[in-house]
Design a protein around this ligand. Structure first.
Ligand SMILES: [Zn+2]
Ligand SMILES: [Zn+2]
Length: 270
């Protein structure tokens, strides 16, 4: 099973990505949570264009990526878990939890360090919040976050299988928790105990600073509770809240070419 997953990694990852994207898109059409502000066609073109460029740039610059780093770390006995004799399942569990906490810390860092915020604000300039917002990241942010992930994999000595499972999980939850989908409140309460839901992550896309500087988790909701960054609901309610960033409200200046140069433009405005 582990061998099969590792040898078919790209196909499995693409299958999950595409399957969940289609599933969420259909859910959004049948039960939307908020009416959209901007034409879906132009936003989807920008967001899908960005994920295409991100994939291409990653394959060109860092073709080895996190999984190969994990294989190398295991061969050379690098990192904590490669020097402990934990049962395989426990090493995978510890690695997935630690990688998720790393992504939480990285996300908070991209908010609070001004140069990094220049890159990450591309994610926040989406004037709507839907499944494709979950893949809207500037290529330089993607490269930096892959570098951070590779460093974490080496320090941890994360098993290769844990890295593949974590990347599939993170990709799946990112598509899920950006869904513009109606989610019954009682169900949301239960889901929120284990996973970041769209109702929880939408707060993070509010135009208000205190709201977008909360709910940094992408996968597990526990880190926000532990670190004191959890915010239950947006002040203006899910339908009344404004999505995006205050200085970037013109859709004509948020097309794909603009998004690519956005980090290099102007001062670090919030
Ligand atoms: Zn953010
Ligand atoms: Zn987001």
């Amino acid at each position: 099973m582990a061998e099969f997953i590792l040898s078919h990694e790209p196909a499995i990852r693409f299958g999950f990505f595409f399957g969940i994207l289609v599933f969420m898109a259909l859910w959004e059409v049948t039960a939307p949570r908020r009416p959209l502000n901007v034409s879906k066609r132009s936003r989807w073109f920008s967001n899908l264009g960005l994920v295409g460029i991100d994939t291409l740039v990653l394959r060109l610059l860092l073709p080895a990526a996190a999984v190969s780093t994990a294989v190398l770390a295991t061969q050379r006995d690098w990192g904590l878990l490669n020097n402990l004799s934990l049962p395989g399942w426990l090493a995978i569990l510890v690695a997935v939890l630690a990688l998720d906490f790393t992504i939480y810390l990285q996300h908070a860092m991209f908010h609070f360090i001004p140069t990094l915020w220049r890159l990450h604000r591309v994610h926040h300039t989406d004037l709507d919040f839907d499944v494709t917002t979950g893949i809207r990241f500037h290529p330089i942010e993607i490269i930096l976050s892959m570098g951070i992930k590779m460093a974490a994999v080496v320090l941890l000595g994360a098993p290769a299988l844990a890295v593949v499972l974590f990347e599939i999980l993170l990709n799946a939850t990112s598509l899920f928790n950006h869904g513009n989908v109606r989610f019954p409140r009682n169900l949301d309460r239960i889901f929120r105990l284990f996973v970041v839901t769209p109702e929880m992550h939408r707060v993070h896309h509010s135009v208000l600073i205190k709201e977008f500087n909360s709910n940094f988790g992408f996968n597990l909701p526990w880190w926000d509770h532990l670190m004191g960054t959890y915010r239950d609901q947006p002040g203006a309610g899910h339908e009344g809240m404004t999505i995006g960033l205050a200085p970037y409200r013109d859709p004509k200046r948020l097309t794909l070419p603009w998004l690519l140069i956005l980090p290099f433009m102007g001062r670090v405005a919030r």
